[in-house]
Design a protein around this ligand. Structure first.
Ligand code: ADP
Ligand code: MG
Ligand code: ZN
Length: 488
């Protein structure tokens, strides 16, 4: 990304916490595809006189995420009311943590140009989500709508907002930060972290530094619903800001919306300041008070984290960085791979099989590893047969494809693939070689008269033999036996 001025990026990520019920009531959080306004109650509809009650699971998930981000979990935190009027917000204020968030001062390590980079986390706080406006237009946008409807199913769903320091200096770094944040959330079972469905939303703050090194005016961009659009939006904004500054213009602090179809950002509103929101303490909710023991219990409940798993895979299985990154991308795939190794497959070969064949078949099936039909134990047996040279890898790949498609046993698949469990060798192999030699007298004569200097003809015969044996013979043995039979 070319920019003559240094790029400064800070991200605010809203992560929907995977609780069963909402933050302050017992309504279900399952809103996708549900009848509008079916998961609502007096609390999340803000009926006067109703009182919120804090969901402990949301506190636990936010704490886990905070710990995963190396934050300090606060023993005392509380809620404020953030006032603004919008039809998707029935109370006309959002209940959110403000001065005293639940987790503060952490970091997340990302990758930048092959090296490691530490992005500081300012804090993580809890807040409730708003409802959703539904516009009856073809593209679902407000423009052209003669009326709008509001669905409160999402209103009150728990979010954690994770605010980074402005430590990123390119769109690629911002992308890597979001990818790693999402991976962490998934490892911790905190959130499904899907950008498309809105479980993970990114507001990107970006500025270009002044010649004296001081920070420039920042712009906040919203409405990116994929990693790709996050990168594109940032790139667009870098070019736009450079151009404004080049032509002697001044930037204003504002919020801009990314238009994915047009590939541009548009000014939405001038940036509101804290004073605009008239924050004040939420008196209907008790503060969140956590004891040292409770925080310690959250810490103990933490699973192995992505970077810990990566380190262990490289150490215990002797895998390189790239292989490890692929295998640990999703913890479910990592668990599958480990189970294959545990069931007796050699780590390096198993890594190859999972990375190449299993991934390819998953792609074909369009499913996740949870639904992959072949159990790790079966794959381990198959891989071990290849390792022991009982099956060639070509045949074994066909067998795996058969296993996946037909959902049959390994023995059956081996039988059906035509490959016997023992490979073709010795006399049986000689028989095949003789057959091929008899069928190709001219080639044999050429070789025997010493005219096959480059060995091309011999290679040709080896190819025919491998084909005839359907890959069940060991290529080295084929070459040696062929040479022996040609000589004598
Ligand atoms: P607000 O809550 O008004 O959005 P904050 O001060 O909390 O403002 O900052 C929000 C985000 O903006 C943070 O992620 C921070 O890293 C980022 N940020 C702050 N200053 C800059 C800047 N000059 N350039 C880019 N990002 C910035
Ligand atoms: Mg902000
Ligand atoms: Zn409710």
């Amino acid at each position: 990304m070319a920019s003559k001025r240094p790029i400064v990026i800070g991200l605010e990520v809203h992560l929907q916490l995977g609780t069963k019920t909402k933050l302050f009531c017992s309504c279900s959080t399952d809103y996708i595809g549900k009848t509008p306004n079916s998961n609502v109650c007096p609390i999340c509809l803000a009926v006067p006189g109703s009182l919120p009650l804090l969901n402990d699971s949301a506190v636990a998930l936010a704490s886990r995420m905070g710990l995963g981000l190396h934050c300090t979990i606060q023993k005392y935190s509380n809620f404020h009311r953030k006032n603004y009027f919008y039809p998707d917000l029935p109370k006309a204020y959002q209940v959110t943590q403000y001065e005293l968030p639940i987790a503060t001062k952490g970091y997340l390590d990302i990758e930048s140009d092959g090296g490691a980079k530490r992005v500081r986390i300012h804090h993580l706080h809890l807040e409730e989500d708003a409802g959703k406006l539904v516009h009856p237009t073809a593209d679902g946008r407000l423009t052209g709508a003669s009326y709008s409807l509001v669905d409160y199913n999402r209103g009150g769903v728990p979010l954690s907002e994770i605010v980074s320091e402005p430590d990123m200096s390119s769109p690629a770094e911002a992308r890597d930060y979001v990818m790693r944040l999402r991976q962490l959330a998934r490892y911790l079972d905190v959130s499904d972290g899907e950008m498309e469905s809105g479980s993970l939303r990114v507001d990107a703050n970006i500025s270009l530094s002044n010649p004296d090194g001081s920070l420039g005016t920042r712009v906040e961009i919203k409405n990116m619903n994929s990693l790709k659009s996050l990168e594109r939006a940032l790139e667009y904004e870098i070019a736009r800001q450079n151009k404004v500054l080049d032509t002697g213009g001044r930037l204003v602090q504002e919020t801009r919306l990314w238009d994915d179809a047009e590939g541009v950002t548009r000014s939405m509103r001038s940036k509101e300041t804290a004073a605009d929101y008239r924050y004040f303490p939420e008196m209907d909710l008790a503060p969140i008070v956590l004891t040292d023991e409770e925080i310690e219990a959250f810490r103990r409940s933490m699973p192995e984290l992505p970077w810990e798993k990566r380190e262990r895979f490289m150490r215990d299985f002797g895998l390189d960085q790239e292989e490890t990154a692929l295998l640990t991308e999703q913890k479910e795939l990592a668990a599958y791979y480990e189970a294959v190794v545990k069931a007796g497959a050699p780590p390096a070969r198993a890594a190859n099989w999972v990375r190449m064949e299993v991934m390819r078949l998953l792609n074909e099936l369009g499913c996740g590893i949870e639904d992959f039909p072949t159990k790790p134990g079966t794959l381990a047996q198959l891989v071990s047969k290849v390792e022991k040279k009982e099956l060639s890898s070509t045949v074994a790949k066909d067998i795996l494809a058969l296993l996946v498609r037909e959902k049959i046993s390994l023995d059956e698949a081996i039988a059906r693939s035509g490959a016997s469990a023992t490979r073709l060798t010795g006399d049986a192999l000689d028989e095949v070689i003789r057959k091929i030699m008899t069928a190709n007298p001219d080639v044999v004569a050429t070789i025997q008269s010493g005219q096959d200097k480059k060995g091309g003809k011999a290679k040709f015969l080896q190819g025919l033999i491998m084909k005839e044996t359907r890959g069940q013979a060991d290529p080295k043995e084929v070459a040696a036996s062929l040479e022996r039979l040609l000589q004598g």
